[in-house]
Design a binder for this molecule. Structure first.
Ligand SMILES: Nc1ncnc2c1ncn2[C@@H]1O[C@H](COP(=O)(O)OP(=O)(O)OP(=O)(O)O)[C@@H](O)[C@H]1O
Ligand SMILES: [Mg+2]
Length: 276
């Protein structure tokens, strides 16, 4: 499917000196973004890591044209979010922090609805293909309100893929999910990136960023204070000293062993920080 892309752009998302303040009750402004710079290479997964209130959602709302920045520039696929908003919306899909699934409709009906809104030729087939891809076919005919949180989150991500956006933004895709559902969402995100979709995700979880991202950008006090591969970020600290620690299984290992989930293949096995 042809995707709207300005020619010669290898950077899917480019953010320069973005600033945003919100007016408060006492009529002062709360500066949330104070000059954010960020690049997301095409086909990569970038995690924007930040604590509660760091401004992650504010930045993704600016990138998806839902909110105007006070200063700075941002572009998606080479299109400026302020002056070429329609092109940006064609390029990007936002899966918000709170699931946008309609609980009264079945999972399949949710997908058909979005496919209709996007004027796709065969909405039923689009829905069935996505249900199969996300391993939701069996539940497809049931009201989404009866689905588990992890299933709803996957349906939410599936809905945002309708129309084949080349860039997908996931705002805290796994907050509130149990470990097994988290792993399912992680696998979904990896598959997306393998298929060539550019993924920007926000998270407050260090392990999520470590597991998924090609690059991690840390948002703190309104700025990206560090940006690099997980290995580069780890190298910022002095080299680790060798210590011999008996590794106890973490509670997550125990939980997953009992319920039959698989542990992520790249989980470090000797990091004492992991032992809880
Ligand atoms: N519409 C708004 N009006 C006023 N203040 C806002 C508004 N939206 C966000 N804020 C404030 O801006 C700051 C950043 O909020 P934002 O939602 O971007 O953070 P976040 O990093 O996504 O946090 P979380 O991890 O909790 O989702 C917070 O202090 C928040 O209270
Ligand atoms: Mg948020």
């Amino acid at each position: 499917m042809s995707l709207p892309t300005a020619p010669g752009r290898e950077t899917a998302i480019r953010v320069r000196a973005i600033e945003k303040s919100y007016p408060q009750k006492d009529r002062t402004d709360l500066p949330v973004l104070r000059g954010v710079d960020l690049d997301v290479a095409r086909g990569s997964i970038v995690a924007l890591l930040g604590s509660n209130g760091a401004g992650k959602t504010t930045l993704v709302r600016i990138l998806s044209t839902l909110l105007a920045a006070d200063a700075g520039t941002a572009s998606v696929n080479g299109f400026d979010v302020a002056t070429q908003a329609a092109d940006v919306r064609e390029s990007i899909s936002l899966t918000g922090q709170f699931a946008a699934v309609d609980e009264i409709l079945t999972g399949r009906e949710n997908l058909v609805l979005i496919a209709r809104l996007r004027h796709l030729p065969d909405p039923g087939r689009v829905a069935d293909d996505l249900l199969a891809r996300f391993r939701l076919t069996e539940a497809g005919g049931r009201r989404a309100g009866t689905w588990s949180g992890g299933m709803r989150r996957r349906l939410d991500i599936a809905m945002s893929l309708i129309g084949d956006p080349s860039v997908i933004v996931l705002d805290e895709p796994t907050t509130g999910l149990d470990p097994q559902a988290r792993l399912e969402v992680w696998q979904t995100v990896r598959t997306l990136a393998e298929d060539g979709t550019t993924v920007l995700l926000t998270t407050q979880y260090l392990d999520e960023a470590d597991q998924l991202a090609d690059r991690i950008a840390i948002l703190h006090e309104g700025r990206v204070v560090a940006d690099g591969t997980p290995a580069e970020l780890k190298a910022l600290l002095p080299p680790a000293t060798v210590e011999y620690v008996e590794r106890q299984p973490s509670l997550e290992d125990v939980f997953l062993a009992l319920v039959g989930g698989t542990t992520p293949t790249t989980t470090p096995t000797s990091d004492p920080e992991d032992d809880r």
